[in-house]
Design a protein around this ligand. Structure first.
Ligand code: NAP
Length: 737
């Protein structure tokens, strides 16, 4: 069925009806916009103000001539208007409305028509103002605002499409929702705040003396109560038409206020801080969604690319953000410890904030982060509480893998979800051994997220030989081991990062660590401590390679973690001739740290020793970038022994190097790179931050511009990347689609 729209009739020419009519006219959506209102003064004003082309005085006649009828009357008037017009509607005339509640509008239509017409598509623009009447009509009111359509089971797809296009024509973004869901969501997000504003102003105004309060009210009061100036009749109607959903929200709110009241009356600082910090985090998150600038699903799908020109020699000193792996673990273990853990140097990235939010959702009070400082009120091993919903971990595979271990041992059920990229990562390496310990974990097909973790299981320690070295799998098992009976032993073919072991020991848990394995005995406690997170080695590696390949460079990287399991790349580069020294070496909270000084010296190709490669697996892309700038052909063997999922990474690297004119060949378990001239070109980081770092480092030596796409992952992992790189001498700019 086709619905050509020549004549639009708007019934109810107030703020919303008038604004829609004016916008449709303004955008020349149809040939004629006709208005009808029971208030003839409004109607005449609409005509005089150019809001409509024509004023209708006979409603049924106007309906019979319309191709599209929009009901924009107060929701309580819907029944009467529908009863009036139902028999005048032609079979192909579309019918929609703008009412703030939808259940009652659909019920009214059902009562009037008997069965709902296919041409009826209810809607609700999420736009408005405190004004009413046609004089307030604004042709731009709906631009960049959402409109929710709630098509019924009977609404035809074509009719829904035409109504959606009408709203898009006036600049709105159209969403669809079921009728009942709409009324619940709006009760929480719109109706409840309006009613609270009305009630607050009414309560404060009740005492004459409180006129003073209004006189001296600060901006906060003004902001909070602005919406109490909305149309009282409309809100009266909304309360009557969406009463059940509103009452449910008022009850939830009352329980929340009661909790706060109790916290204040009993001077319970921790409970108060819990409420305030959780609320602040949620509000900040919400602000970022609104400005779509950081931790949100929208951000995850936004495309980020870097455009880089040949840089100069790197110079000066750089203080890097905190280590990613240690930041995640500090939140987890600090939450499970008894007492207050203070973290300094916490990495404020989307990924580590996802871990932080997960623990807040499980009832842990966490203050900050503020300039890298975080304060955690640890709840002890048994103190986590059931989260109110699924724990959303964005793109952070590290959060998901490690949390699996913690959550397998809880008394309550949890669900772990992530964005599209995380949802394509197999969790099998972690889930399989955890199940052997007695964990109950359900996954989507292919062992993909979301993961449902059943609580209340009794876990049993196991001795697990890992087929490939993996710090994340090892850590998940050790974290589950905190809750298991007996001993949990992990045996690795090669050493992987040992940050979990060091931090567990730092917080007072005794581990047995003979060479190549770690054994954790159940029954211990974690005690809160200060955790000073050193600078991140993965990012330091980028600057180290940059200074090592860019002639004339001398760069100082301050306070970098030099954990022996992480410095394989430095040792390999030294074999290639790089000049890298450690100054001020010391130990902070069990982790060795130093200032790293890197001076340019020409690199020569080598055969990379397998033992060193095992401690540089994350830095393989940067190693290949260094090899591309070395004299001769560098051979990297033993790649097959490294870790899972390297094929896609190598493919992306080789394709990019090829684009830059660098010869690189991948064989069975090995790769070789011939050093030489580096050109420019269009490269894809394929959503892997390690690949993005390698290509960005090569831009220093590139003869042409290097454009690297699919870099949102690097942005999520290290938000300060571009600023720090430019500070050191790179010429890199960020572009966002
Ligand atoms: P408004 O400015 O008061 O306009 C409503 C108009 O409809 C008035 O001119 C009113 O005339 C007229 N009217 C009332 N009953 C009628 C009837 N039986 N037949 C013909 N006309 C009638 O209200 P509004 O703010 O535009 O709200 C209209 C609809 O939009 C409501 O359903 C509301 O829920 C929805 N909405 C409002 C907002 C907002 O922020 N305002 C936002 C989204 C959706 P009288 O003056 O004689 O009553």
């Amino acid at each position: 069925m086709r619905f050509p729209i020549n004549n639009v009739l708007v019934i109810g020419l107030g703020l919303i009806g008038g604004s829609l009519a004016k916008a449709l006219k303004h955008r020349r959506y149809c040939q004629r916009v006709v208005g009808y209102d029971r208030n003839t003064a409004e109607l005449e004003a609409g005509l005089a103000l150019g809001v409509i082309d024509e004023a209708a005085h006979d409603l049924r006649q106007a309906v019979a001539a319309a191709d599209l009828v929009v009901l924009a009357v107060p929701v309580k008037a819907t029944d009467a208007v529908l009863a009036d017009i139902s028999t005048a509607l032609r079979p192909h005339t579309l019918l929609t409305d703008v009412g703030s509640t939808k259940g009652n509008v659909v019920a009214a239509a059902e009562a009037v028509f008997g069965s709902l017409p296919a041409t009826f598509v209810p809607g609700h623009p999420i736009a408005g103002s405190e004004k009413s009447g046609v004089a307030a009509a604004d042709a731009h009111l709906f631009e960049r605002h959402k409109v929710i359509l709630t098509p019924t089971a009977e609404s035809s797809a074509e009719a829904t499409l035409v109504i959606a296009r009408m709203w898009q024509a006036v600049g709105a973004e159209v969403l669809q929702m079921e009728v009942a869901r709409h009324d619940q969501v709006l009760a929480a997000t719109s109706h409840l705040p309006h009613l609270l504003a009305f009630s607050l102003v009414d309560t404060l105004a009740a005492e004459a003396a409180n006129t003073d309060i209004f006189r001296y009210a600060a901006g906060g009061f003004r902001d909070f109560t602005r919406i109490a100036a909305s149309d009282p009749t409309m809100w009266h109607d909304i309360c009557l038409t969406n009463g059940d959903a509103i009452l449910a929200q008022l009850d939830r709110f009352s329980a929340g206020v009661e909790k706060l009241r109790h916290a204040i009356s009993s001077a319970d600082s921790q409970a108060m801080l819990g409420i305030f910090t959780r609320a602040k985090a949620s509000r900040d998150h919400f602000s970022r969604i609104l400005s779509s600038s950081a931790y949100s699903q929208k951000q995850h799908s936004a495309a980020v690319s870097y455009r880089a020109q040949q840089g100069s020699a790197l110079a000066g000193q750089v203080r890097l953000p905190g280590d990613k792996s240690i930041s995640h673990r500090a939140i987890m273990l600090g939450s499970l410890a008894t007492g207050i853990t203070r973290i300094e140097g916490f990495l404020e990235s989307e990924d580590s904030l996802a871990t932080l939010q997960a623990f807040r959702d499980m009832g842990v009070v966490i203050e900050g982060p503020h300039q890298g400082a975080v304060k955690i009120y640890g709840v002890g091993l048994q103190g986590l509480q059931p989260p109110p919903g699924p724990l959303y971990l964005g793109r952070s595979a590290m959060s998901m893998r490690l949390l699996c271990g913690v959550l397998a041992g809880q008394s309550f059920d949890t669900e772990l979800t992530g964005d599209a990229s995380l949802s394509s990562w197999s969790m099998e390496q972690v889930v399989r051994p955890l199940r052997q310990m007695g964990a109950q974990i359900d996954t989507a097909d292919g062992c993909l997220p979301p993961l449902q973790i059943r609580g209340g299981q009794s876990l049993q320690g196991i001795a697990q030989q890992l087929p490939l070295a993996s710090a994340q799998v090892k850590s998940a098992l050790l974290l589950a081991g905190l809750y298991a009976s007996g001993t949990t032993t992990v045996i690795e073919p090669a050493p992987s990062r040992d940050h979990t072991e060091r931090m567990l020991q730092g917080l007072g848990w005794t581990l047995d660590r003979p060479r190549g394995q770690v054994a954790l005995q159940a029954g211990g406690q974690l005690q809160a401590a200060r955790i000073n997170v050193p600078g991140d080695m993965s990012l330091a590696a980028f600057f180290i390679v940059g200074a090592a390949i860019s002639p004339g460079s001398e760069l100082l990287l301050e306070h970098v973690g030099i954990n022996p399991t992480r410095i394989g790349l430095i040792e390999i580069l030294r074999l290639m001739g790089a000049d890298i020294t450690f100054d001020n070496a010391t130990e902070v909270g069990g982790e060795p740290v130093a200032d790293l000084r890197v001076r340019y010296r020409p690199l020569r190709a080598i055969e990379v020793p397998d033992a060193l490669l095992a401690r540089a697996s994350d830095e393989l892309p940067l190693l290949m970038a260094a090899a591309a700038c070395a004299e001769g052909t560098t051979w990297i063997r033993g790649i097959g022994e490294l870790r899972y999922g390297l094929d896609a990474l190598l493919q992306a690297l080789v394709a990019g190097l090829d684009e830059l004119g660098v010869e690189a060949l991948v064989g069975a378990g090995s790769v070789c790179v011939r050093g030489g001239h580096i050109g420019g070109g269009e490269l894809s980081a394929s959503g892997d931050y390690r690949v993005a770092l390698a290509f960005a480092a090569l831009s220093l030596r590139a003869s042409g511009e290097v454009h690297i796409t699919e870099c949102a992952c690097l942005e999520a992992a290290f938000p300060e990347f571009v600023a720090l790189a430019c500070q050191a001498g790179f010429r890199i700019g960020k572009e966002r689609d």
